[in-house]
Design a protein around this ligand. Structure first.
Ligand code: ZN
Ligand code: ZN
Ligand code: ZN
Length: 762
């Protein structure tokens, strides 16, 4: 007879782990107990030595699909000669650790129940179990138990309570379980807030709304979404006008994988991601129109060969999509880039002019969690927007003290490091509005309170005007702790290093739109050698001026003018005559000559814009990055001779785009097709990456920054570097764009405070 005390760390709460442990122990006639602790799951088990050893092996080998075990500690304790194996109450006094589960898409068993007329949860929109359902969107505090979730107001009925207590049941200790007798219900409201229908009648009317081409606001899992018929260009146009979003692609939810396959190419790996517990929006290649039985309106993603597609991830979505019998646009319930609405009053106030009716439910949403966006690359899944299904799963950061990082501005996230693990918040969106900066502050408070953390330092960007920087400065003053200001591109590289567990030195290529550099100019085409808390800028693009600064984000022609002006002065306008009126050109040239509102930049994103404009592909953009995307799509997969983009001597070395620009203009004059020009440009950047890597000579190269969302660029750069024997790393679970900055800031700050106190309030 032996007894073992086992502590299991990782994502082991809210994923059916304790019932699994109970089943594994009782199957081997072992005694003891299991209990949730705030830092994981604690087990004591006793019985004959071989059976106990097998039990320990089974723990990691056969754990439930949504569990993620990071560490299992086993120690010997004296036997107590118990007879039964028990599941004990959670121990609320142990210090909390970041093992908070993410929301999980409906599991196959629950789907089957919802579809079976004999079941008591037949057609019940809030069906869930230990393997699926809401988690992060309803947890109010830890440890994870029903009284500390937004389900606390729904008392279990006798039938649900029996399932909750039965260790053999799939709903044993499933905290959010509910049924039609005791759980949340749906209702349909008019934009003025008046009630139109309840339950089944509400669902039916909601479906009619979208089938008639009108706009439905749906209170879903992590907030409100706006739904319209994706097959109707009229309906899509209506939504675009009301939401003030003229061109940015919408995501589409499909009733089934089968219908999705008729619109997009879906590989087996992609199908596995779509049907995984995270169930993100996945960017998929659209099939040629005409071949599809179901057609998605072109206006859903204009001029884009990719479509953001997902499958229903709650029974409520499943019932709606099934009855609608067609794909539906499913986009965040907000105006432009404001944060997602989560409360009914807030949604009615902000969306009453956008939606024709509102399908509500009465389960409070604790925090806004938008859909994640990911795509499959040849190297595996890459998350581009990290939210539902992935946040707040932690990343291990050994020897790091307690730190809080506030991230960037356009794709806000917060990162909190506690107990040598970093929790990065869900994507918060654009923090430029008042709503946005409030959401940022709430999210920081939320994480600090949940994980009972007391940071020894804060980290933020160098940019003084970011809402995140201002919040960091305020908190630093209030708490009396130091603030580490991390250069934007340093953070991009550090985030990828943290994710892959790399310590320096590495060469980081950080290519993006713009971030403030240490010299006060806007950087963005950077090569940095990163090691520990420091970095060396080893190469960058030749600087140019951006007439009108921020306004250039939506006007690629301005970047083109800035570039041309750099080499030709006032003569630049001659190349862009069809793009500007005489008056516009005069104003912009004057700004450039006098240096008025024309910041200096080395931005790779703006170089993409300039090339898109000079090759005639795109003069204006409905959103940042649209011109760069158009250039990527134009380039396709075709091979082409690279444009010259020579790398100068010295440190930092300057990559001179002037020869590239001159050859591009000559191509344009000769009538070379724009796809070929686009391909030559991409090839030039890959050669540049190779030249820098060879010059620097470090064996490992990190590729990060928003430009590496460009699949063609990523592929070409990787191929060249791998062929030269470099190890190449790019972001996987955390976005290459500014959504990854907070993680990078934490990683850099951890090097500045390597041995700080652990930072617990206890
Ligand atoms: Zn389930
Ligand atoms: Zn019930
Ligand atoms: Zn950036």
């Amino acid at each position: 007879m032996v007894r073992r005390a086992i502590t299991v760390h990782g994502v082991v709460q809210g994923v059916g782990f304790r019932p699994f442990v109970h089943a594994a122990a009782t199957a081997r006639a072992l005694a003891g107990w299991v209990r949730n602790r705030t830092d994981g799951v604690r087990i004591e088990v006793e019985g004959p030595a071989p059976a106990v050893e097998e039990f320990v092996r089974v723990l990691s080998r056969e754990a439930p699909p949504a569990a993620r075990l990071t560490r299992v500690e086993v120690s010997e304790v004296p036997p107590r000669h118990e007879r039964a194996f028990l599941i004990l109450e959670s121990d609320p006094d142990a210090p909390p650790r970041p093992t908070v589960p993410a929301d999980l898409a409906t599991c196959p068993e629950c789907l089957a129940e919802v579809a079976s007329p004999g079941e008591r949860r037949f057609r019940y929109p809030f069906t869930n179990c230990t393997r699926c359902g809401p988690r992060w969107t309803l947890i109010e505090s830890l440890p994870y138990d029903r009284p500390r979730t937004s389900m606390k107001g729904f008392a279990l009925c006798a039938a649900c309570a029996a399932e909750y207590r039965d260790v053999r049941d799939r709903r044993f200790h499933a905290q959010p379980i509910a049924c039609p007798a005791c759980g949340p219900r749906v209702s349909l409201l008019a934009p003025d807030g008046s009630r139109l229908a309840e339950d089944e009648a509400a669902l039916r009317s909601a479906v009619e709304t979208v089938r008639e081409g009108r706009v439905l606001a749906l209170r879903g899992l992590g907030g409100f979404h706006l739904l319209v018929d994706a097959t109707s260009s009229e309906a899509v146009t209506r939504l675009r006008q009301r939401k003030r979003r003229p061109e940015k692609p919408f995501a589409v939810m499909f009733p089934s994988l089968q219908v999705l396959r008729s619109v997009c190419e879906v590989s087996p790996e992609e199908a596995a991601v779509l049907t995984s517990p995270a169930a993100p929006i996945l960017l998929l290649r659209r099939r040629q129109p005409g071949r599809a039985e179901v057609s998605v309106a072109e206006s859903v993603a204009p001029g884009n060969p990719w479509l953001g597609a997902m499958l229903p991830y709650t029974p409520l979505h499943g019932l709606l999509l099934e009855a609608a019998g067609r794909p539906l646009v499913c986009t965040s319930g907000n105006l432009s880039d404001e944060p997602l609405c989560i409360g009914p009053e807030e949604a009615l106030a902000r969306l009453h002019e956008v939606a024709d009716c509102f399908l509500m439910h009465d389960r409070p949403i604790v925090r806004p969690v938008d859909d994640s966006v990911a795509r499959m690359t040849p190297e595996g899944l890459q998350v581009l927007r990290r939210a539902r299904g992935y946040a707040p799963l932690p990343l291990s950061l050994p020897e790091a003290p307690c730190l809080l990082a506030l991230g960037g501005q356009l794709k806000g996230t917060v990162a909190l490091c506690v107990g040598e693990e970093v929790v990065v918040s869900q994507h918060l969106g654009d923090l430029g509005s008042l709503e946005g900066s409030r959401l940022l502050a709430r999210t920081a408070e939320d994480l600090l309170r949940l994980l009972e953390a007391r940071p020894v330092a804060l980290a933020c960007d160098l940019h003084p005007d970011y809402a995140s920087t201002r919040l960091a400065e305020r908190l630093s003053g209030e708490w009396g702790v130091p603030l580490v200001r991390v250069q934007h591109h340093h953070a991009h590289v550090a985030a990828c290093m943290a994710e892959h567990g790399l310590s320096g030195p590495v060469l980081g290529l950080a290519w993006d739109g713009a971030g403030l550099g240490t010299d006060g100019t806007l950087w963005g085409g950077e090569a940095l050698v990163v090691e520990g808390a420091g970095f060396l800028r080893v190469a960058h693009l030749r600087p140019f001026s951006l007439p009108g600064g921020e306004r250039a984000l939506r006007e690629p022609r301005r970047a083109a003018l800035g570039l041309l002006h750099e080499v030709e002065g006032a003569g630049a306008v001659a190349h862009l005559q069809e793009s500007f009126t005489a008056r516009e050109a005069e104003v912009l040239v004057t700004m450039l000559e006098r240096g008025l509102q024309s910041p200096r930049t080395t931005s790779m994103g703006r170089l993409f814009d300039a090339v898109a404009a000079c090759s005639g592909i795109r003069m204006q953009a409905g959103f940042e990055g649209q011109a760069a995307m158009a250039l990527e799509f134009a380039a396709g997969a075709g091979e082409a001779e690279p444009y010259p983009l020579p790398l100068g001597d010295g440190t930092p070395a300057v990559a001179d785009w002037e020869p590239l620009l001159r050859e591009l203009l000559a191509d344009r004059k000769r009538g070379v097709p724009s796809p070929l020009m686009a391909a030559r440009f991409h090839a030039a950047l890959a050669v540049l990456a190779e030249s820098i890597a060879v010059r620097v000579g470090l064996p490992r190269v990190v590729l990060s920054g928003g430009c590496f969302q460009n699949l063609r660029l990523l592929r070409d750069v990787r191929a060249r570097l791998l062929a030269r024997g470099f190890g190449v790393f790019s972001p996987r679970q955390y976005p290459p764009n500014d959504g990854g900055l907070s993680l990078g800031q934490v990683a850099v700050a951890a090097h500045s405070y390597p041995t700080g106190p652990v930072g617990r309030t206890t």
